[in-house]
Design a protein around this ligand. Structure first.
Ligand code: IVH
Length: 701
């Protein structure tokens, strides 16, 4: 995106300075939008500071050329450093979604099935409006507000205590509270306050926000709390994190308790006893939506009994005891101007619609996904068509359909490329071995020779959820890759050493002074002991997202142990595969992907070179102190005190490996009434067998 010359400021001619200042103004404004309005910065704070600094230097040299819209004249500029990180004692997770009444019934059925309740048994739920704001966690110790944090990636947020102290709805002190209490809820801005803020910003030449949510986000992440104080934020309490003693037995009572302590709780919350009632509550809330003074984007259903919530627990990143019933997505129509192909980290060719900018639900959209080749054909979308664009929540906007009645004569069909637009290698659609069908995604076969894939892999490696290297963002990766300085992850860590011997040192480059080079190396060196889960995620193994990476880190504890098992799985070692499959949340696709990755010699070598440079921290293994951790257990026969699913989830949470069949590796067989061949086999093999009660006693239930 950069239109900057990169020439040293003292060498710029007047004409060049004019162009450069214009480019800087628009580039910095775009980053402000990405950061403040979308909360999705494209560059690191350090890079952003560099751009602003360059703008200042040019203005210092040519004061008369300073533009009206110069970034140096704007208020509310982005803070130049980051907030302190906070580790959440209890993860701040997300919610699953449903979009139809039918899916609501399915949700209710799955809850009842897990709890071993019959489908027609009444089960209490609380229906709460889903506030479209930002979640925050407020920690109280001895009744005093001591720490406030953003959600961040769910595990680690940012310390925004000072900013939260400016929110009136947040009590600084609460009476008769547990010793430790983390109140969680949503920070938001009312529609009226949002409109007034934008008016004021317009008058003062400040930043205009696209919607109340972005305004709340931009306000909450101000490094200067006096700016936040001038922005009217509010807070609804609806959940909790760490808590030293229970505050209630039901969700409903917990919310009442919050109200008693002085928190704002949502008045639209309803206590229900059946699916019909929660759907009725949804309709009622949907009817009030327009008249509310804050944005909501759905209704959250939560199982009312907290003991049930505990038993239901969590899937990898969402609770089983709650779901969000979203309002239908927002749509708009615009013109499809062109189609671009993006080559991803795994070589996937994704068609991206280039649109005439249009506002969809308060956000300006100019790019949207067209998913894949087949979708373009199925929807018969042509370049030049008027199309319907949809945006639901935080997901990438998508082209839903073409409006064929309005098709322009000049509209032309798009021919999907058969070769990679970056490296020119063949792009093919694999046959899925399980279904025998052609994959929807066309992939570049260039692998290691494809620059797009290599760059995307490196960008992924340094990204926020992965190694999160300060001063090394997507833009620097592109630059260093183009210069041949960084070709693979290990190169990042040898950069400093090579810099010392380099004939063209970084610090002589334009835009890179001695300080920024020092900061870059400090950023890199700070990651020489990376978190194990982040490292595994950073490798970019297919199907291995953040959650899976965390599970692997917690299960194996060290990179060495992880790599060893993955390599064995790659060599079709059945016991290694089973060990991986025994992890709750890891299935065959992940195991195949891990095996494939560690079966490739070039991957093994690249990992080896990387490991010579870094020393990952050992991860805390899941409940390694429980009496059953590391043990392989098998359940058989009918369980009477809980369902099979619940029993498995609990065993895994205690660090046990749950297997489906008895073998010499089995440590414990839990046999209910009606146990057959597995029990016989276990006895033959001398495996410890327990009844369900004995098992519960062993795990201390
Ligand atoms: S409960 C473990 N209740 O929605 C689940 N979340 O899509 C904890 N949200 O991150 C969340 N209103 O920011 C819950 N009444 C409500 C909510 C709510 C808004 C947000 C929250 C969460 C996101 C998940």
């Amino acid at each position: 995106m950069s239109n900057l010359s990169g020439k040293a400021v003292e060498k710029l001619s007047k004409e060049e300075a004019v162009t450069e200042l214009a480019a800087l103004a628009s580039e910095i404004a775009a980053h402000d939008v990405a950061y403040h309005q979308k909360d999705a910065p494209k560059i690191s704070d350090a890079e952003y500071d560099l751009l602003r600094r360059r703008n200042e230097l040019i203005e210092e040299r040519f004061p008369k050329l300073a533009r009206e819209d110069s970034p140096s004249k704007k208020v509310g500029a982005k803070p130049s450093s980051r907030f302190e990180k906070v580790q959440h004692a209890v993860a701040m997770l997300s919610l699953g979604n449903v979009f139809s009444d039918e899916e609501v019934s399915k949700f209710d059925e799955s809850v009842k099935k897990f709890l071993n309740l019959s489908v027609d048994e009444p089960l209490g739920y609380v229906a709460e409006p889903k506030i479209d704001g930002l979640s925050a966690s407020l920690r109280y110790e001895n009744g005093k507000f001591v720490l406030g944090a953003t959600r961040g990636d769910g595990q680690e947020g940012e310390n925004i205590t000072l900013n939260l102290l400016t929110v009136e709805d947040i009590p600084r002190e609460i009476k008769n509270a547990p010793l430790v209490l983390e109140v969680r809820g949503e920070v938001y801005m009312s529609k009226a306050d949002f409109a007034a803020l934008n008016k004021k910003q317009e008058k003062e030449g400040g930043q205009i926000f696209a919607n109340p949510r972005n305004a709340a986000a931009g306000s909450l992440r101000q490094l200067d709390p006096s700016i936040t104080a001038a922005r009217p934020l509010r807070f609804f309490a609806y959940a909790w994190g760490e808590i030293s003693e229970p505050i209630a037995e039901t969700q409903w009572d917990a919310i009442k308790c919050y109200a008693k302590w002085g928190f704002s709780t949502n008045p639209g919350t309803a206590l229900c006893t059946s699916v019909a009632e929660i759907i009725a509550a949804y309709r009622k809330i949907e009817r009030t939506r327009a008249s509310l003074d804050y944005d909501i984007d759905g209704v959250v259903y939560k199982v009312n009994r907290l003991d049930y919530q505990d038993r239901l627990g969590f899937r990898s990143r969402t609770p089983r005891w709650a779901t969000a019933h979203k309002f239908p997505a927002e749509q708009a129509t615009t013109i499809l101007e062109d189609i671009d192909i993006q080559v991803g980290r795994t070589g996937a060719l994704t068609p991206v619609a280039k649109l005439q900018p249009v506002t969809v639900g308060g956000v300006v959209v100019s790019n949207a996904t067209l998913h894949n080749e087949d979708e373009i054909i199925r929807k018969d979308v042509r370049i030049g068509d008027r199309v319907v664009v949809q945006r639901a929540g935080d997901v990438i906007p998508q082209v839903v359909r073409a409006i064929k009645q309005k098709r322009n004569k000049g509209a032309r069909k798009y021919k999907f490329p058969q070769t990679c637009p970056v490296c020119d290698s063949h792009a093919v659609r694999d046959i899925n071995p399980n279904t025998g069908k052609e994959d929807a995604v066309r992939r570049c076969t260039g692998g290691l020779i494809c620059a797009a894939q290599a760059v995307e892999r490196l960008k992924h490696f340094v990204s926020r959820q992965a190694l999160d290297i300060d001063g090394l963002g997507a833009k620097q990766i592109e630059m260093f890759f183009a210069d041949g300085l960084i070709k693979e992850p290990a190169d990042i860590f040898t950069l400093e050493e090579r810099e010392r011997e380099s004939l063209t040192p970084l610090k002589n480059r334009d835009g890179y002074g001695a300080t920024s080079v020092r900061n870059l190396f400090a950023g890199i060196n700070a990651r020489r002991t990376p978190d194990l889960a982040r490292l595994i995620f950073a490798l970019g193994i297919r199907h291995t997202g953040e959650t899976t990476a965390r599970l692997l880190a917690q299960t194996f504890g060290s990179f060495k142990a992880f790599q060893e098992i993955a390599e064995r799985a790659g060599k079709a070692d059945q016991s290694a595969r089973e060990e991986l499959l025994a992890i709750d949340g890891i299935g065959g696709t992940v195991v195949d992907a891990l095996g494939e990755f560690f079966n490739e010699q070039h991957n093994i070598e690249a990992v080896k070179r990387l490991m010579a440079e870094i020393n990952p921290a050992e991860a805390v293994r899941i409940k390694s102190d429980s009496p059953v951790s590391g043990k392989t257990v098998v359940f058989t026969g009918k369980l009477e005190l809980m369902t099979r699913d619940e029993a498995k989830v609990r065993a895994s949470a205690l660090g046990a490996k749950v297997s489906g069949s008895v073998s010499a590796k089995t440590d414990i067989l839990i046999a209910g009434p009606g146990a057959g061949s597995k029990l016989t086999k276990a006895k033959d093999l001398g495996v410890v067998t327990l009844t369900e009660e004995e098992w519960l006693e062993l795990i201390g239930d």
